[in-house]
Design a protein around this ligand. Structure first.
Ligand code: T46
Length: 136
């Protein structure tokens, strides 16, 4: 099964411009507790390089583009996000890296929990150990 799950967001764009709506629990399977966005990025400064124990997220490139790498410990896939009407679902226990940010990139992320540094796994070998022992 592919790690790359792109969600088509409801778009009501017309001659006045673009319009996208996202409803917690409907468009998105989880309740959104937090959102953040990344901007003023630099193409040669990748981000991420971690996984989350429990957190689920949806990433939307609302402007510009960037390349995501997703890795569940068994397979590694990549996808370019370049559309404000597509959301990338990032499941728990998925290693993620973000590369090749365009200068105008604005990456919006919707998250299932409040910020918790103890939910991060920032070491890849530790990530593989946790995946191997995960009972869920
Ligand atoms: C993820 C990818 C897609 C906070 O104080 N609160 C927050 O909610 C977040 C997300 C971060 N921070 C602080 C922690 C760091 O000092 O903001 C700083 C930047 O966070 P980080 O270095 O983790 O950023 P990225 O771009 O590497 O990763 C972020 C998210 O942390 C992560 O959950 O999946 O974006």
């Amino acid at each position: 099964m592919s790690l790359v799950k792109l969600i088509d967001l409801s778009s009501f764009s017309d001659d006045r411009g673009g319009f996208v709506v996202i409803e917690s629990g409907q468009t998105i399977s989880f309740e959104v507790k937090r959102l953040y966005y990344i901007f003023n990025t630099s193409g040669n400064k990748p981000r991420g390089f971690h996984a989350h124990i429990d957190l689920k997220q949806i990433a939307i490139c609302v402007n510009g583009s960037c390349r995501f790498i997703l890795d569940d410990g068994l397979q590694r896939e990549e996808v370019i996000l370049n559309s404000p009407t597509k959301g990338l679902m990032i499941e728990r226990l998925t290693w993620r890296e973000m590369h090749d940010f365009s200068e105008d990139c604005v990456l919006l992320v919707l998250a299932s929990s409040h910020y918790d540094e103890t939910d991060y796994i920032r070491n890849y070998d530790e990530f593989l150990r946790v995946v191997k022992n995960d009972a869920r």
